[in-house]
Every structure is written in C-alpha cells, then in structure tokens.
Design a protein around this ligand. Sequence first.
Ligand code: MCA
Ligand code: AMP
Length: 428
Amino acid sequence: MFLPLNTAYQKGEIEYFIGNAEPEVVVCSPGNFGWVSKIAFQAGTRHVFTLGDDRTGSLLQRASVQRDVHEPVARGDDDLAAILYTSGTTGRSKGAMLTHRNLRSNAEVLQKAWGWREGDVLVHALPIFHVHGLFVALHGALLNGSKMLWFGKFDPKRVIEKLPEATVFMGVPTLYTRLLAEPGLTKQAVRNMRLFVSGSAPLLLETFNAWQERTGHTILERYGMSETVMLTSNPYDAKDGERRGGTVGFPLPGVGLRVRGDDGRDLPAGEIGGIEVRGPGVFSGYWRMPEKTREEFTADGWFRTGDVGKVDARGYVTIVGRSKDLIISGGYNVYPAEIEGYLNELPGVAESAVVGVPHPDFGEVGVAVVVARPGAQPEAGALLAALKAQLANFKIPKRCFVVKELPRNTMGKVQKNLLRDAHKALFA
Ligand code: MCA
Ligand code: AMP
C-alpha cells in the first residue's frame, strides 16, 4: 500500500501520519533522514530509505543490487492500493483507504471520458502526493502509454515553453490564473493542445472565460475527492453537451449522485442540498477509524461529500459551497479546526477562529482571528511565526488579527460568517 505525504509537512504532522499508519518502509529526502528516521523507527518502521531530487540516496542504491526482473504480486479488486490522508473537520487527519478497484475503474472511466488517444503528451506540473497529480493525471498518462513532460515544481513560464509539445494539461485553478498572468500564453503556444482540465477547487467563471478568450480552448472542469476519486466531469465531446463554466458537469459513468435536504429528502432539480455519492471509486473506509467511516455514510450506503450543490434539469452539477468547515487554498485543503487547535496552544492565546476569504492567486486563504488571555498581548506576526515552526507552510493563515472577542450567536457558537464578511475584501 502506497501512502504519499506532502513534502511541506513538519515534524508534528509527520509524527502523526507515521504513528497512525505504521508503515513498513518510509522513503524521505536525504536531508530529512535524521528526524524522519527517528520518528519512523520509534513507530516500528523497519526500513527508512532516502531519495533525492537528483536520484541520489539509499533507495536507488539498494534497488541497483536487486534483480531487475520481478514477479508481479497478484492483487484483487478489493485489496488496498493506497491511503490518502485527508484532514478531519474535527481533530486529526483520516486516512482514506483506496482499493485497486477504486483506482483502476476511475482511470479507465476517465481514459474514455476524456478521449485519451495515441500520441497524447501530458504536461505534468502538479504535486504527486494528492489525487489530482498522483492518480487523475499520472494514471491517465500511464494507462494510455503516454509521454509526460515532467515538472518537479510548477513554473508558468516553463510550462508555456513546453505546451507546443503537449496535448493535455491538468491543473488546479491557481495554475490557470498564473498561466493567464503570462503574456507568453497565446493561441500559438497552445496550438497542439487538445484538453485543459481543472479541478480540486472552484474555477471562477472569470478564469474560465479569460482562458477561452485568450487561448480559444474551453477548460473542462471536473469534481472529485480523495475519498471517491473523480465523480463528475463536464463533457469532452460537444455531442454530449457543452462545457459549462461554473458547473462540474455530469456524474461520470457508474457514479450515483443525489442532492438531499437536511431532512434526508431527495431534492428536485435546481434545489440546493448536501451532495451524496456512490460508485466504484468510493473508498472502503478510513484507516483504523470505523466509527468515522460510519458517520460519513448514510444508512443506505451513500457517502456524504460535505459539499453543497444542485443538479439542474439537464443534469449539470454545480457546487455552491461546503457544509464542512474547510478552506481550499491553491488546491490544498486547510482545516480551520486544526489551525485553531495549534493557535489555542500558543502562549497568550485564549481562543481563535480561522476563516477562509477570497484571494486572487490562491482562490481562498485563511485568516486568523485571535482573542488574547487576560493581561497578555500576543503579537500577530509572532503568532504566525510560531505556527510556521509547527505546520506545513500552506496552512499558515495569510493574516492574523488580535481582537477583544469573537462574535457568537445565542447558542455561544462562533459566527464565522460574520468574520468572513468582515475580512472578505482583505486581498481584493
Ligand atoms: C504555496 N503557498 C501557499 C500555497 N502554496 N499558500 C496557500 N495555499 C497554497 N496552495 C505559499 C507557501 O506557504 C509559501 O509561503 C509561498 O506560497 C511559496 O511557496 P511555494 O511552495 O514556492 O509555492 P508555489 O510553488 O508557488 O505553490 C503554489 C502552487 C501549489 C503551485 C499553486 O500550492 C500547488 O501545487 N497546488 C496544487 C495542489 C494540488 O495538487 N491539489 C490537489 C489536491 P511562505 O513563503 O510565506 O512560506 S487533490 C483534490 O483536491 C481532489 C481529489 C481533486 O478534486 O483533485
Ligand atoms: P480533497 O479532500 O483534497 O480530496 O478535496 C476534495 C474537495 O475539493 C471536494 O470535497 C470539494 O470540496 C473540492 N473540489 C474538488 N473539485 C472541485 C471543483 N471542481 N469545484 C469545487 N470544489 C471542488
């Protein structure tokens, strides 16, 4: 079973993942061997190998003395292939267990749905520790036997230079806005391209339209989750319908999708409610958290996505919001509850709330609002610096405010909508 982790994670985060997953083998970069191996060996891991960006390290050294012909191990559809950690809205991250069926069926469905064909070349510029870069993009190219133009890190200028050699590109919305900021993005640069796919976060209509105008291509937006792989997609082929900006298209073949009200009633076309799904891509549960798994499924076996949306009369799905308290920043998920937990532990902090506000580059970013303990005067910059020492950099709120009190409703619950509203123009 493969378990990828974001390379930005810090010690406390890695400690939790390794402790929870108890892997047999851990691979890290040579520079991190000291602290990562200590955590891993303490958790009972038997082997820690290193692998550098320049292909140095013990993993390839050890591999070079092995036979280079191997017997494949037979795996069944229900065997686990990967665990993808996704943060919980309360407390700790949960490991979504994905089976070979989940991954294979999704790759096959997408190969057909997106018209993968001989001669396709993929520009791969997404991180490979999340479903988008790891499965949607990589499996698409591998299953199709396609060449990939590989970017260890997204760089808009270098991507544009390579586009004339490519036919397929996949990105989160931030990649599209950064490409649009480059004068080099022209019709000429994309002349050989066949398909641009966007997902992981809402693509603004403004970006969708600007892309169409500048390149002549219509971005195909799709929707998925780590727990379900891909669920919906706008049509590839015009005969199946237009690619409609602001929507995530139709459920993919084999995917059941329904919208339900708070009372559990199925809602008719056009009405907004909680999105529930089932199908061959839906995971088999959270690693060692059977009770969490039960909570996320309905009695009749549908998975509650935590996304709020509607389906129109023609079947196009639109996501209008989320019932889960989650910020999606540049395609990375940031869970306010996790950041608040760390903030509340810092000296001088009585309580805190983290909310998402619009941001021109990342779509959405976190802003922290902190209440000081009586007599204490915590400084916003110092609080953010203290967080940065403990958490992956993309989780750090972009701004922090120290206030007298948090707005609460009569039930005593923090009114995050008021905080969001108060700070919505911060990065406008
Ligand atoms: C970097 N920074 C960020 C983010 N990325 N801040 C907020 N949100 C972010 N996403 C900050 C860092 O903290 C740092 O700040 C500064 O930007 C520079 O960091 P660097 O790593 O150099 O940034 P970058 O290379 O410009 O990265 C931006 C990026 C990256 C390329 C947009 O975030 C990215 O690759 N995002 C894609 C994520 C993804 O693949 N998601 C798919 C999830 P400082 O200097 O202050 O420390 S899969 C999923 O959601 C489902 C299944 C689906 O549907 O696909
Ligand atoms: P993750 O936990 O990283 O797998 O993120 C999954 C979440 O990303 C979904 O539940 C949605 O909230 C969001 N998401 C993915 N694709 C889209 C999209 N095209 N539009 C809006 N939200 C999306």
